[in-house]
Ligand binder design. Sequence first.
Ligand SMILES: Cc1cc2nc3c(=O)[nH]c(=O)nc-3n(C[C@H](O)[C@H](O)[C@H](O)COP(=O)(O)O)c2cc1C
Length: 390
Amino acid sequence: MANKWFETVAVAQRRAEKRLPKSVYGALIAGSEKGLSSRDNLESFDQLGLSPHIAGLARERSLATTVMGQAISMPVLISPTGVQAVHPQGEVAVARAAANRGVAMGLSSFASKSIEEVCEVNKQVLFQMYWSGDRDTMIQRLARAKAAGVKGIILTLDWSFANGRDWGSPWIPEKIDLKSALKLTPEALSRPRWFLGFLRTGHIPSLTTPNMAVPGTKPPTFFGAYYEWMQSPLPTWDEVAWLRAQWEGPFMVKGVGRIDDAKRVVDLGATALSVSNHGGNNLDGTPAPIRMLPGIADAVGDQIEVLLDGGVRRGSDVVKALALGARAVMIGRAYLWGLAANGQAGVENVLDVLRGGIDSTLLGLGKSGITELDRGDVVAPPDFYRSLGG
Ligand SMILES: Cc1cc2nc3c(=O)[nH]c(=O)nc-3n(C[C@H](O)[C@H](O)[C@H](O)COP(=O)(O)O)c2cc1C
């Protein structure tokens, strides 16, 4: 049998492309409108160089840290993604892999597996919410998360309901019934290994969102949940502060790009923020988070834990983000490629690739641990940074 281990995330992505039906792969690539932001997320990391030492290097390097009160073995977390059809075990496989590698996991409210199933196998779950539903519904969701053992909340605020992609969005059925199954059959049959993986479990992807269910009712479909979210009045900063006050533990706001917004997030008493543009899936033209990070870290980094997500594909990307002021990063597509390529083992493989890359970058930079990194370790071209709302 072919060796399933892969040496970089790019290799995992190529395997994912071969393995997944075209529309499922397309939904992961995503990128809104023209794809300017999703491209910039990747290209901006390429524009950053590193400043190496060649002797007097540290024999051992320490990667462990804490984020939102959770001790983690390296400065990487699983970013929440609403994935419905990548792998039959979905978020449960990701949660097991993360637990095995000592990494905390963000679980999307649009996930295909329930909070309870995921918390069963990972004791470091952060539950992600959107501003969706009325106050009672949100309080119910917080209570359910607490009862399941969730350790913190991630509130994602960057979403503007854009629905056009120049490359053509993949078709996602409302639910899998006979009609949609027939329409999807040729695609599924073109990827027999993926299809068989689901058939073996006796389930086809159900495209439902169990964490958006009102207690005692059936989980809504993805579109049902999306509709609830679209209909919800948009929050003021005071309402965001209200939600934060409903949760006693650590609380992150994800999707920050501007310094003035970062200050507001500090004011409402959040524990952490993530500098993010939703992986380039939201407002196209938003700069890559790595460009916005230093301004935000300078402004609020001593008052709140500053994370970054968007475009992280290798260990050196993680090191660059830490050197520019992040405490840790969150990864999205990187682990989805691993999950598609080889299930739980594929996600572990991705985390191992990142760990190895962080470690060797630290070695090359002459550092004995992630806390020694600073801006001098990174070479940025003129005009690289973007300070928005400063
Ligand atoms: C397929 C897909 C689904 C996503 N779903 C969610 C979600 O449900 N909630 C959320 O906060 N972010 C979601 N994101 C954004 C990720 O959490 C993260 O911000 C982004 O993937 C980071 O960029 P990267 O993929 O380049 O690592 C999603 C991203 C992708 C690619």
